[in-house]
Design a protein around this ligand. Structure first.
Ligand code: SIN
Ligand code: FE2
Length: 217
């Protein structure tokens, strides 16, 4: 009766979708570990709380962020960069939880990127209305490693564009447990997230969490 949830032949659609060369959506890939992931997010946020960072242009980001792993992505009036110290807490970011690392490696391998070893995990928290404008992930030192992006909680519309900002974007609905991987020829594709619609997720509540794994250094 529940087979169609897993074999990709039923009403839930395919479990893997291509977004072009080097980019894939792995539907439900994180589902079996959602409780562990959420409890690890909670632990990370106790050590390095979510905060709304400021863009170099002086705008407050609508997405609240924290990080774990050796390197954390930060922005302030001086620019975007990776920092090995949480500027709010004045100490290193919390270690990357083992469950994070395991999931990121498995998802990367599943999408064709073996040997992914992220040293940075950006944790994004979207409240209703929060959004992420189209951007490229290009603050990393080399672009040979892919990006692994995990969605938890409320669904969102992910925009996946091309190599140029003006290229049209695919609109991809991402739900709790979905993982997107992009690398190789897709590594620098523009992407973003539409304003989050209000709702209630039984496990997460009224927001969305995104984990973005990268090799920063
Ligand atoms: C990001 O690009 O940093 C976030 C993507 C997402 O929230 O799905
Ligand atoms: Fe990004």
């Amino acid at each position: 009766m529940t087979m169609d949830l897993f074999d990709g032949l039923g009403g839930t659609g395919p479990r893997e979708e291509s977004l072009g060369a080097g980019a894939r959506v792995l539907r439900g890939f994180a589902l079996t570990q959602d409780a562990e992931l959420l409890s690890a997010v909670h632990d990370v946020s106790l050590a390095s709380p979510f905060r709304h960072m400021e863009t170099p242009g002086g705008f407050r980001m609508s997405v609240a962020m924290t990080n774990c792993g050796a390197w954390g992505w930060v922005t302030d009036r001086t620019g975007y960069r990776y920092a090995d110290v949480d500027p709010v807490q004045g100490r290193p970011w919390p270690e990357m939880p083992a469950v994070f690392l395991r999931l990121a490696r498995m998802a990367a391998a599943k999408a064709g990127f073996d040997g992914f070893t992220p040293d940075a995990c950006l944790v994004n928290r979207y409240e209703p209305g929060a959004k992420m404008s189209l951007h490229q992930d290009k603050d990393e030192r080399d672009f040979t490693a892919p990006i692994v992006s995990v969605s938890l909680g409320l669904p969102a519309v992910f925009l996946f564009g091309g190599a140029e900002r003006a290229d049209s974007s695919a609109r991809v609905r991402l739900s709790h447990g979905d993982v997107v991987v992009w690398g190789g020829p897709a590594r620098l594709r523009y992407h973003g997230v539409m304003p989050l619609k209000p709702g209630h997720h039984p496990r997460v509540g009224g927001h969305r969490i995104n984990l973005t794994f990268r090799k920063a250094q």
